[in-house]
Design a protein. Structure first.
Length: 280
């Protein structure tokens, strides 16, 4: 088996249908859908309309990290794709991503160019949230100087999305990797059930010596936020909790205690304030 396409979904029936319709049928491709106890008929739709898809229907919402790990465990492909259900692939997206990995044996994962349904490019590449990167974001310098590569090391507002280039962390909306990479670094850390699991995973991939590439030749439409928008305030708080967990895992023993707790304090404050501003 050449490629295993892994999709974790929750209450995205119609978007998932469009996603599955955009995936080419090939004997050397397999598609695995993990349905996290959707109540909109997602599992029934997959069974009835896409019998070639391997369906894992959970009776409880296991969230994103565990759902992906469930798919990884049954995947048989030499390459593995993490794909969101609210995406639609361009016809050559999978072949182009596979070509990148075939041509670059030192590349452990590749992400692609994502567009919103209106055709505008979606920012989908970031640097790692290092202490300096978060500092520049928190005090506003990153927003004041959006073209500065030094100050915008996290959100990378300067990124052009027009060339194949090594990056830290493409969004796992579309992230293709090798089976041997998953075997080496492991699957997704379930301490990050919904957010920052891809950041943590990319961080471990880079630590293991693999490169990660962005390729503008790998193209898809991403509707965005189909699942998380259903619980927006909770999702915002969970995002900040996961960022704090990321720091606990990767930075607590590397930073001076005063600096570590200052960063954690800022994460908690913003995690409390942002949901107050969020619309229901």
């Amino acid at each position: 088996m050449k490629l295993s396409i892994c999709i974790v979904t929750w209450n995205c029936r119609d978007l998932l249908r469009a996603c599955l319709e955009s995936i080419p049928r090939r004997d050397d491709f397999e598609t695995i859908v993990v349905d996290n106890a959707s109540n909109d008929g997602t599992a029934q739709m997959v069974e009835q309309e896409f019998p070639w898809v391997r369906l894992i229907a959970n009776d409880q919402n296991q969230l994103y990290a565990k759902g992906n790990n469930q798919a990884f465990e049954t995947a048989m492909g030499e390459f593995v794709l993490m794909l969101n259900p609210d995406t639609e692939l361009e016809p050559d997206a999978l072949d182009n991503a596979l070509a990148v990995l075939d041509e670059h044996p030192d590349v452990g994962a590749v992400g692609g160019l994502q567009r919103f349904p209106d055709g505008t490019i979606q920012p989908s590449v970031r640097g790692f949230p290092t202490p300096s990167a978060l500092f520049y974001e928190t005090i506003g310098l990153a927003r004041i100087f959006p073209r500065s590569k030094k100050l915008n090391v996290y959100r990378m507002r300067w990124f052009k999305y027009d060339q194949e280039i090594e990056v830290d962390q493409p969004m796992a909306t579309f992230l293709m990797t090798r089976r041997i990479v998953i075997e080496q670094v492991g699957g997704m850390d379930e301490r990050f059930p919904l957010f920052f699991n891809d950041v943590d995973w990319c961080y471990r991939v880079r630590q293991a010596g693999w490169k990660i590439l962005f390729s503008p030749n790998v193209r898809l439409v991403h509707h965005g936020g189909a699942s998380t928008s259903q619980a927006r305030k909770w999702a915002i708080r969970e995002s900040h909790r996961s960022l704090e967990e990321f720091y606990r895992k990767h930075y607590q023993t590397r930073l001076w205690p005063s600096l570590y707790w200052t960063i954690v304090g800022l994460i908690r404050i913003t995690g409390f304030l942002r949901p107050l501003k969020a619309k229901n």
